[in-house]
Write a protein of this length. Structure first.
Length: 114
């Protein structure tokens, strides 16, 4: 009895009515590569923002001989940049799964005006 409820819950989470493979008609392979490329661009931007955040937090400098100032304005800026990097990853994952769902249901990515 418990296994039936597990499968029912699984069928709610995973849509089993959609095919697991998408037929390659037209530009679907190119569209899938576009999804991957956009996701990797989001990850690259998130890594850049995270490294900038960490360098501000650690007060690293390009020229080590410069005198150090005694202000602590780096912590809020570092937190904002790190939050932006996390938001960038979340946006990339959301865009990837939304586009993949549209690709599987054959929904066009760009809709024209009427």
């Amino acid at each position: 009895m418990k296994t039936k409820s597990k499968f029912k819950l699984l069928s709610l989470v995973v849509d089993t009515k959609m095919p697991s493979e998408v037929e390659n008609k037209g530009s679907q392979a190119r569209d899938f590569c576009m999804l991957e490329r956009n996701f990797l661009s989001h990850v690259k931007l998130a890594l850049l923002l995270a490294v900038l955040s960490w360098s501000i937090l650690l007060k690293s400098r390009l020229v080590p001989g410069q005198p150090e100032k005694e202000n602590d304005n780096g912590t809020p800026l570092s937190a904002v940049e790190y939050a932006a990097s996390l938001a960038c990853v979340i946006a990339g994952v959301w865009e990837y799964y939304k586009g993949y769902r549209d690709l599987r249901t054959s929904t066009p990515f760009f809709k024209g005006t009427k």
